[in-house]
Ligand binder design. Structure first.
Ligand SMILES: [Zn+2]
Length: 521
């Protein structure tokens, strides 16, 4: 059910509830003779456990950065949930990563006035060992190499602003709605000018500008990676070894940088607790319901478990994780003795380059060889509305047949793109597709994902639309069932891919890459 943004819509709904009218408006029009699909619908749409499970994963366990205790805790939790359901589960070690724990962070402007700033620590940043206070300087525009050397010799003990400040922190769609065209164009131009100027400033510091800054004695590096919406920044990793690296909100970064550029002597105090945990093992969590007739053929449900750490990774990829976990619960209830083996992979290291799934594929060629289908989910909340057959010609017919058997409530939202072009990256299905296995993504196309929650400081539990999560988990369970029961093995013949404009020839099939199994390998 889509809710309206109009305040009167909420009011009207409240009035209905107050009047004691029926509020359970979920339509129950699904008609099928298939008792398994019927039971899956009831399990998924009426007995859903998605809210409870998502609350534990996002709120109590929290962010799941590769190598962090949060990732480990999430893997342990998944194992305990599957154990409780009586589903076979194991952690599979595929490599190691740099262990790091983020602790408390507090950042204040201390001059020319006191203000607490909205900050996030970049992943694997050094901490501050107590309080660190320093004057703030901005990387200037340089006119010569001598200029660069002279400036670098002046930054010992300083906190350096190392990215451009945004001319506005308003979301562009609001600006376009309310401002004059000339204003919108002017701001866009100003932003482009600033970005160009900053590319030059950072370029003058060499290939590793942040390292050059800390080598010159800077004690803190501050950047701001605005995500183009109200209150949202993307939070990635640090590239320093000594200097603390933090991200400031668009607004606070603009404030500090205006103070610095206008020589109003800003200084900042930072308290950042971090803990280096050495080299730690990394795992995938694999669970399975063994097949009864064709145990050596596999349907794989797939979603990465790791996340970035700026928030709690609710839509990247808490929702995918809960979708596949709940799908396994539905399958165990409604289809406990599948024809083919049903596997689920909760991968580590996706955010560092699909590491867990690529490693699994490399280590388990017999599984990859015998995959009937892979269904991966990794993009936010909202309903699955698009499945692309990824250039698999004959497999398109199987996929279309399965989708045709779904309840209309689920399938009416789904556009099939058969055989489709082919994605060149993106998520874990590619780790299998590259070998020619039918690896598909259950895609949700909604524009605000990249702007507002993807890798941002606002990717939190409250963003999850549970009606859609229930829909998606039921969809994943039903597709796994239909793929498992399909009398035919899904064929792997390939369509001729669209022309590559660089060569004028059809594009090559997506290549498999070696998984990066350790930090800095
Ligand atoms: Zn993701």
């Amino acid at each position: 059910m889509r809710t309206t943004n109009h305040p009167l819509g909420w009011l009207a709904l409240s009035v209905l509830i107050l009047a004691g009218l029926p509020t359970a408006v979920q339509s129950q029009t699904f008609r099928t003779d298939d008792p398994v699909l019927r039971q899956m619908w009831v399990e998924g749409m009426e007995n859903s456990q998605t809210e409870e499970m998502a609350q534990v994963l996002m709120d109590s366990i929290g962010p799941r950065l590769s190598g962090s205790p949060g990732f480990d805790a999430a893997a342990d939790w998944l194992v305990s949930v599957y154990d409780e359901w009586g589903v076979e589960v194991r952690r599979e070690e595929y490599g190691t990563w740099r262990g790091w724990r983020q602790g408390a962070l507090h950042v204040d402007l201390t001059s020319p006035r006191i203000q607490t700033l909205e900050a996030k620590l970049l992943a694997w940043s050094p901490g501050t060992n107590g309080f660190l206070e320093g004057d703030v300087v901005v990387i200037p525009s340089f006119s010569s190499e001598a200029d660069v050397e002279e400036w670098l010799s002046s930054i010992e003990g300083k906190i350096v602003l190392a990215s451009h400040a945004e001319p506005t922190c308003r979301e562009p769609q609001a600006l376009e709605r309310l401002a004059r065209d000339a204003t919108v164009d002017g701001l866009r131009q100003e932003r482009e000018d600033r970005m160009r100027s900053w590319a030059d400033r950072l370029g003058a510091l060499g290939d590793h500008p942040h390292r050059a800054l800390e080598e010159a004695g800077a004690v803190g590096i501050i950047t701001s990676r605005w995500s183009g919406g109200w209150g949202v920044n993307k939070i990635f990793s640090a590239s320093t070894e000594e200097a603390v690296s933090i991200d400031l909100s668009c607004e606070d970064y603009g404030l500090v940088s205006r103070l610095a550029e206008n020589e109003q002597s800003p200084s900042i105090r930072i308290h950042a607790e971090t803990e280096e945990l050495g080299t730690v093992p990394m795992h995938n969590v694999m669970a399975e319901i063994p097949g009864t007739e064709l145990p050596d053929e596999y349907v794989l449900l797939s979603a990465h478990l790791d996340s970035w750490h700026g928030a709690t990774g609710a839509t990247d990829n808490g929702t995918g994780t809960i979708t596949m976990l709940e799908a396994m619960r539905i399958l165990k209830e409604a289809y406990p003795n599948p024809r083919r083996t049903i596997l689920v992979g909760h991968w580590g290291g996706e955010e560092q380059g699909l590491i867990g799934s690529r490693a699994y594929a490399e280590d388990n060629p017999e599984v990859v060889e015998n995959l009937q289908a892979v269904f991966n989910q990794d993009n936010g909340t909202w309903r699955v509305d698009y499945i692309q057959a990824q250039g698999l010609l004959g497999a398109s017919a199987n996929l279309a047949r399965w989708v045709a058997q779904l309840p209309t409530e689920i399938s009416e939202h789904i556009e099939l793109d058969l055989p489709g072009p082919q994605e060149v990256g993106g998520s874990d299905h590619v780790a299998f597709l590259c070998y020619g296995a039918p690896g598909w993504r259950l895609q949700s196309h909604y524009p605000d994902y990249r702007q507002y929650t993807w890798h941002t400081n606002r990717d939190t539990y409250d963003k999850i639309i549970f009606d859609d999560l229930e829909n998606n988990a039921t969809l994943a369970a039903m597709l796994a069932y239909l793929a498992s029961e399909d009398p035919d093995r899904v064929p792997r013949d390939r369509a001729v891919l669209p022309t590559d404009p660089r060569t004028g020839e059809p594009r090559d099939w997506i290549p498999c890459r070696d998984p990066v199994r350790s930090w800095g390998r």
